[in-house]
Write a protein that binds this ligand. Structure first.
Ligand code: F0G
Length: 474
């Protein structure tokens, strides 16, 4: 293991040497905490769903790290260099060069955000009846696979479903599970393995280099390609650097490129790692897949040299790709998440361990053991946190998991979590302290808290728009 990551944690010995963020602040955006009665009203109007709150009613917004980053001065300057030609914008070529340089894939198709790229790759590769194995589902990824006629099968290691397992690479694929599945359904039914870096729904847990290398070897034997969800792969590279033997002296950029070299292509939500507010891409090595994706992109997104982004968006994105792989940036980014995780751990609050790359995940099952899963403990916890302090978090449990398309019943995931997601380069350590203290206050009041019932449920991705009511007022 390398040196301790978080030397600025309170109570360390005199003479310590702290690290700090590799940036200073040039412009600020005021935020405001509305009163408790105003928060009660706002939450009720939002149907106890944090997605339905107005952002002006939120004090510290930890809903997501998606599209919420602060851009750098260089990225803002890049906006002025937007070439808004319909076709062949110079900014597209910058974006393509950046993806080639840092991810190593041959061809790039831009999309408006990650799910646009998921749509293209799912439509290009999946035939009705196909099986898509992956290291835990992600909401939009699985939905696009299902809409294309496929069925997602989870082949992540068992430790990923256990919030207290300290396994350093809980995102790893269980190669035995995968091989058993291949033998059962036949390799020709599996268009690709859907591999995600720092698995979001498992708590931001990484995949090791050894695992992706072994996966490559297995897939090669059966002639099955690997497509990577690269959304938070730079953060995954940081965990390889700090936890996997042999990588401590390699740069984030070198680790990222090596990891991608074991895969056949990737889709990207640039709204995360790449420090922009909108954008995404699909990258592939196979020319025939490129051909299909480039044809589909003009149907669903826009021409293949803008894919739903403006020229200026592509320029900011190209610059963000380079900034995202700087070692000091990633260390500060993940370091801030871990600072919050350490405070909560020290106070005995149940969270997913080890703390992941983009968020601290509260374990709602252990937080509220008296609330059964069909009364939405994680949704309840997110609502209570907002009431206490105006902090917005996100449910990642039974509401996010949705219903089984076959049986129509709720899917009951092992993990019933609330995500405190940290935007990049946006909040300070003081905001992390305020957040930790708020979670502690909600934890101290846990025994009096009752669950929720769902009163409105949309058909797709219900967590975004579902509405709830308290089971009984307290
Ligand atoms: N893959 C992963 C792992 C994601 O986390 C997301 C989005 C997507 C794909 C889809 O990308 O939003 O750009 O269309 N995650 C957001 C989140 C919404 O809050 O975790 P998108």
């Amino acid at each position: 293991m390398s040196e301790p990551l978080y030397p600025q944690t309170i109570g360390q010995q005199f003479g310590r040497r702290s690290w700090a963020e590799p940036w200073k602040i040039k412009m600020v955006e005021p935020i405001r905490l509305i009163s408790r009665p105003e928060r009660e009203r706002a939450l009720q109007e939002a149907g106890y769903n944090t997605f339905l709150l107005r952002s002006e009613d939120v004090y510290i917004d930890l809903l997501t790290d998606s599209g919420t980053s602060a851009m750098s001065d260089r990225q803002w300057a890049g906006l002025m260099l937007g070439d808004e030609a319909y076709a062949g914008s110079r900014n597209f070529y910058h974006l393509q060069d950046a993806v080639r340089t840092y991810y190593g894939y041959k061809y790039v198709v831009p999309t408006h955000q990650g799910r646009g790229a998921e749509h293209l790759i799912s439509k290009a590769l999946i035939r009705p009846g196909d099986i898509i194995p992956g290291n835990m589902y992600f909401t939009t990824t699985r939905l696009h696979q299902e809409l294309a006629g496929g069925t997602f099968v989870d082949v992540i290691i068992d430790e990923a479903h256990d919030p207290s397992s300290e396994h350093p690479f809980k995102g790893n694929v269980d190669l035995d599970k995968l091989e058993t599945l291949i033998k059962k359904v036949g390799a020709e039914k599996i268009p690709y393995v859907s591999l995600a870096g720092t698995v979001n729904m498992a708590g931001g847990q990484p995949v090791s280099m050894a695992n992706v290398r072994a996966l490559r070897e297995l897939c090669q034997r059966y002639d099955i390609p690997i497509y990577l969800d690269a959304t938070r792969m730079a953060e995954n590279a940081y965990f390889i650097q700090t936890r996997e033997p042999g990588y401590a002296d390699k740069s984030i950029a070198a680790i990222l490129k090596e990891f991608c070299s074991y895969t056949d292509g990737a889709w990207m939500s640039a709204k995360k790692d790449h420090l922009v507010n909108i954008g995404g891409w699909l990258a592939v090595n196979d020319e025939s897949v490129l051909e299909t994706a480039r044809n589909l992109v003009v149907v669903y997104e826009g021409l293949h040299t803008y894919g739903g982004m403006s020229g200026r968006d592509m320029e900011a994105l190209a610059i963000g790709i380079e900034e995202a792989v700087q070692d000091d940036h990633i260390r500060a980014r993940v370091g801030q998440v871990h600072y919050l995780g350490e405070l909560l751990t020290d106070w005995g609050i149940p969270i997913v361990q080890p703390v992941g790359g983009h968020a601290v995940f509260l374990d709602a099952k252990r937080f509220y053991p008296h609330i059964p899963q069909n009364e939405f403990p994680a949704q309840t916890l997110a609502a209570q946190l907002y009431l206490d302090s105006g902090i917005r978090s996100m449910e990642r449990g039974v509401v996010s998991a949705g219903r089984d398309p076959e049986t129509g019943d709720h899917r009951y995931p092992a993990l019933e979590l609330v995500r405190l997601t940290i935007p990049r380069r946006v909040y300070t350590q003081a905001h992390m302290d305020v957040t930790a203290e708020a979670v502690k206050a909600v934890y101290d009041a846990r025994k009096q808290t009752r669950g929720l019932r769902m009163v409105y449920e949309p058909k797709y991705l219900r967590f975004f728009q579902a509405r709830f009511e308290p089971l009984n007022k307290h």
